[in-house]
Ligand binder design. Structure first.
Ligand code: UD1
Ligand code: MG
Length: 488
């Protein structure tokens, strides 16, 4: 039986790109398994590829189809999987269904029976461990399912031919080349194992036909599981149409089941990112294979990345920057012509145009250094701002501090921001010279143009234009002119 139902609309960027007006599209993503072959205490779908959990990749891509509902079947470490998806603000509308014990992919779909079995929709089923699947491919799958000859199939399977199909379910076609059944690797005969066309674990079903067919699935197989892969054969047995859409990009629809596969995928994704950056963005990699850039990072023209550099997350690097070995930049923004010297760590922070950072510097928790500023050897900035042209070149901790322009922070300066209970702020105004080994006991303010002598312990505000010294620091001299720091 073929269904001749109204379809639905797939929208992208406000435009209709597929489907037929009428019934909705729902998406179900299977993510309840432990992933025994990963040999891990962490559920497989939480392992990271290109800095994002596998399940985040799949769900973000699913969202691009603009479905009515996305359900994720969770089980193993369900609360961690839910929390990981909620980290992505775009995924706030995702709903979860619980699979109590993991008895196979068919059982995983049955867990969604309460929310889906009465739906008059097309259901796109995705695997949480097929992370590189692209929305464009899913759109073609859905339209093949709904539109072929203007009729809707009961099920359409996304298949792929693999040189090494080991582990996958094989697609068995009949003499006419049409779908016959899926046989799992562990249940397959030697002859069936030689078939290279496999099930990708991605399918479209007419929801109203899927659940009655699932009731007929029995765990009579090598793994004693309820296989979703039995459903297409059951549907075909009732003369419902099962279509196959054979895709041509094996990487896109391959699943990750082992750490070897995870590492191979990581290498593929990184390589694609580097090639794109070299060919399209004009970025130099001194040693591409040993430089790691997240696919969601942006890097400007004529940047030079040295070996063993990591650019993670949504970082944005301006043009003409030089980033030296051993440095890691995570979710941070660098302006143009910035130099990051060796072994520096920049996390959730901002570096202005023409700044110099490192070697061995650490910027974190929304630290920001403004144009032309410099942070040197063994200097840490936490939640602090260093103004235009200011410098902190050696051995300092600057936490919860706001530092003005053209100020010099001497070697060994520390903002003592924590009194054992609370954090306090330090303000250092423009044109200040903080002498070596000054301790600034927060809360405290150093006024414009002031100078602290080496070894001062500053416990009280320093008036503008004065020299303070000693422990505790006292005003020793009114500097002339008091309110006029070095001119720029
Ligand atoms: C599955 C298919 C196989 C296909 C391959 C493609 C079955 C029986 N086999 O095999 O035909 O070639 O995918 O990658 O479906 N899951 C649950 N609950 C469970 C079991 C699994 O939610 O009880 C989830 C897993 O978390 C995973 C997905 O379903 O995201 C697939 O499970 P997995 O065990 O990886 O199936 P494969 O052996 O890869
Ligand atoms: Mg799998």
């Amino acid at each position: 039986m073929e269904l001749d139902k109204p379809g639905f609309v797939i929208m992208q960027n406000g435009k209709e790109v597929g489907g037929r007006p009428g019934a909705p599209l729902d998406i179900l993503i299977l993510a309840a398994g432990l992933g025994t072959r990963m040999r891990s205490n962490t559920a497989k779908v939480l392992h990271k590829l290109d800095g994002k959990a596998l399940i985040q990749h799949v769900t973000l891509e699913a969202l691009k189809l603009n479905p009515r509902n996305i359900y994720v079947v969770v089980g193993h470490q369900a609360s961690d999987v839910e929390a990981t998806l909620k980290e992505e603000s775009a995924l706030g509308s995702v709903k979860f269904v619980n699979q109590r014990s993991q008895r196979g992919t068919g059982d995983a779909v049955i867990s969604a029976k309460d929310v889906l079995s009465r739906a008059d929709s097309t259901l796109l089923v995705l695997s949480g461990d097929v992370p590189l699947i692209q929305a464009e491919t899913l759109e073609v799958l859905v339209s093949r399912h709904t539109d072929d000859g203007n009729r809707t199939a009961a099920c359409t399977i996304l298949s792929i031919e693999l040189d090494d199909p080991t582990g996958y379910g094989r697609l068995i076609r009949n003499g006419a080349g049409d779908f016959d059944k899926i046989v799992e690797h562990k249940d397959a005969t030697q002859e069936q194992r030689s078939i290279k066309e496999v099930n990708s674990g991605i399918y479209c079903f007419e929801t109203s036909l899927l659940f009655p067919a699932l009731e007929k699935v029995e765990p009579k197989n090598a793994q004693g599981e309820f296989y979703l892969t039995d459903v297409p054969g059951i549907l075909r047995g009732s003369n419902d149409e099962v279509r196959i859409f054979c895709h041509d990009d094996p990487v896109e629809v391959s699943g990750i089941n082992t750490r070897v596969e995870l590492a191979n995928f990581e290498a593929i994704v990184r390589d694609r990112t580097r090639r794109r950056l070299m060919l399209e963005a004009g970025v130099t990699f001194i040693d591409p294979e040993h430089t790691y850039v997240s696919s969601s990072a942006q890097i400007g023209q004529d940047c030079i990345l040295y070996p063993d550099v990591y650019i993670e997350g949504e970082s944005m690097i301006g043009s003409g920057c030089e980033i030296r070995s051993g440095s890691r930049i995570t979710n941070s923004k660098l302006g143009d012509n910035v130099v990051i010297k060796d072994h520096s760590l920049i996390i959730d922070s901002t570096v202005g145009e023409g700044c110099s950072v490192g070697p061995f510097a650490h910027l974190r928790m929304n630290a920001s250094i403004e144009a032309g500023a410099a942070v040197g050897n063994f200097v840490e900035l936490k939640k602090s701002k260093l103004g235009r042209g200011s410098k902190a070149m050696h051995l300092s901790y600057l936490g919860d501090a706001t530092i003005g322009e053209k100020t010099n922070i001497g070697a060994g300066t520390i903002t003592c921001n924590y009194d054992g209970k609370n954090k306090h702020e330090t303000f250092i105004e423009n044109g200040v010279k903080i002498g070596s080994d000054t301790m600034l006991v927060a809360p405290v303010r150093v006024g414009e143009g002031a100078v602290t002598a080496a070894g001062s312990v500053v416990t009280k505000d320093v008036p503008p234009g004065t020299l303070v010294a000693g422990v505790p620091a006292k005003v020793k001299k009114q500097l002339i002119p008091a309110q006029e720091p070095e001119r720029r």
